[in-house]
Design a protein around this ligand. Structure first.
Ligand SMILES: Cc1cc2nc3c(=O)[nH]c(=O)nc-3n(C[C@H](O)[C@H](O)[C@H](O)COP(=O)(O)OP(=O)(O)OC[C@H]3O[C@@H](n4cnc5c(N)ncnc54)[C@H](O)[C@@H]3O)c2cc1C
Length: 242
């Protein structure tokens, strides 16, 4: 089998030197949804923000705090993406998955997915998510939209949206944001080439223009080392470098 990778919106992935020696399957045009009573089934390329608005129009909620995460359903489930008090796994019921190595198409339950912080069974088992079904919670459209707007406001106030980034570059350590350590290490604004530690949120590495993959990786490594030297902890990438 030729090497291949399935990607969604590429908001959490960096191709080393921009090169992948294989087939890249991008799912963003596969974005159907099916609303049935209090469940919604979303195909892998669907956006969570659109899904939350579809639910809201039907007096349903469940994804409010996730609105604004720029990933696809497939990418978000693999990563168990989350924000504020929400995680994509909260309302998850099941997913239709393809296992390329076994050439097997099968449904995975929440238990099978064994979600944890920014991790899932899909990541561990290298499965491809085709679609996923979530529980929707009866809630007035007004209430849902109010919470979406509130979360969006908080997101915009604390995260740099004026430059491209891959979101938070590092995972939390023992429940504490990596950005806390990076800021305390005095690295806000530190740059290598076009890549810079955001002044607004030290966990974000932004592209201020013309950042190469090498700039980004060098900066990631520099930040990890500095934090280790000062706090004697290792922060781990949340983004994926392929
Ligand atoms: C401005 C900004 C803000 C962000 N905020 C947050 C946040 O609040 N919380 C958070 O958790 N993340 C956040 N992120 C990171 C990112 O959006 C999430 O990690 C998201 O889940 C990635 O989805 P994607 O579709 O872009 O995945 P990609 O980057 O395309 O891929 C990521 C991984 O998922 C795999 N993948 C993609 N689709 C599938 C599929 N169908 N089946 C199996 N594997 C698949 C890829 O192979 C790859 O390994 C943010 C990113 C940005 C740029």
């Amino acid at each position: 089998m030729a090497p291949f990778i399935v990607v969604g919106r590429m908001s959490n992935i960096l191709f080393n030197n921009g090169i992948y020696n294989g087939i890249v399957v991008k799912t963003t045009k596969i974005r159907t949804y099916l609303l049935a009573e209090n469940t919604i089934t979303l195909s892998c390329g669907a956006s969570i923000s659109n899904a939350a608005r579809i639910l809201a129009r039907n007096d349903l909620g469940g994804f409010e705090g996730l609105v604004g995460i720029p990933g696809s359903i497939g990418g978000m489930l693999r990563q168990n993406a989350g924000a504020f008090t929400y995680e994509i796994s909260d309302r998850f019921i099941k997913a239709l998955c393809y296992f390329p190595r076994k050439e097997l198409l099968t449904e995975l339950s929440k238990e099978d997915m064994s979600f944890s912080y920014r991790n899932s069974g899909v990541k561990r088992q290298e499965a491809v998510i085709i679609n996923a079904t979530f529980e929707a919670i009866p809630r007035s459209s007004e209430e849902v939209m109010n919470e979406i707007n509130e979360c969006n406001k908080k997101r915009r106030a604390s995260q740099p949206y004026d430059y491209p980034s891959l979101g938070s570059a590092f995972k939390k350590v023992n429940g504490i944001s990596a950005g806390y350590y990076i800021e305390k290490a005095g690295l806000k604004g530190f740059r290598i080439g076009g890549a810079r530690v955001s002044e607004k949120h030290a966990g974000f590495i932004i592209n201020t223009g013309g950042a190469t993959c090498a700039d980004y990786i060098e900066l990631l490594n520099y930040v990890k080392l500095k934090v280790n030297q000062i706090f004697d902890i290792w922060i781990e990438e949340e983004i994926e470098v392929i």
